[in-house]
Design a protein around this ligand. Structure first.
Ligand SMILES: [Zn+2]
Ligand SMILES: [Zn+2]
Length: 126
C-alpha cells in the first residue's frame, strides 16, 4: 500500500554536488578557463602562442582582483609574461586613485613583476 515514491532528490544532490565541485575547480583553474575561452594571443603585443610556449601566456585580471573570476571571462585578459609584468608595473607606479586600500593586487604579484623585470634587463644586457 505504502508505495515508495521515487524521488529525484538523490540525482539532484549529485548534480548540485558536481556543479559545486566544478565551480571550485573553475575558480582554482581560471587560467585554464581563460585559455580555453580566448585565442592564444597576447592582448598587448599580439604575440601568438602555441602549446610549446603556452606557459609564457598568463591571465591578467582587468580589475586586478584575482578573486573576481566571472565564468564569462570578462575580467580576464591573456597577456604574455612581459606585457603582464609591464601592466602591473604601470599599475603600481600610479598613485592609488580614490579609495585608498582597495584594488591591491597582492605582494606576490609585485615581487614576480620585479623578478621578471630583472630577468628582462639581464637578457637585454647580453
Ligand atoms: Zn605581450
Ligand atoms: Zn595581472
Amino acid at each position: 500500500m505504502a508505495r515508495e515514491k521515487k524521488t529525484g532528490n538523490d540525482r539532484l544532490d549529485a548534480v548540485v554536488a558536481s556543479a559545486q565541485r566544478s565551480r571550485a575547480q573553475r575558480e582554482a583553474g581560471y587560467r585554464e578557463q581563460a585559455i580555453k575561452l580566448y585565442p592564444w594571443v597576447c592582448g598587448r603585443c599580439s604575440r601568438e602562442f602555441t602549446r610549446a610556449n603556452l606557459h609564457e601566456l598568463t591571465v591578467h585580471h582587468r580589475d586586478h582582483n584575482h578573486d573576481n573570476n566571472p565564468p564569462d571571462g570578462s575580467n580576464w585578459e591573456l597577456l604574455c609574461l612581459y606585457c603582464h609584468d609591464n601592466e602591473h608595473a604601470r599599475y603600481l607606479d600610479q598613485p592609488a586613485a580614490g579609495s585608498g586600500t582597495s584594488g591591491r593586487d597582492g605582494p606576490q604579484t609585485s615581487h614576480k613583476a620585479l623578478a621578471g623585470l630583472a630577468d628582462l634587463l639581464k637578457k637585454k644586457d647580453q
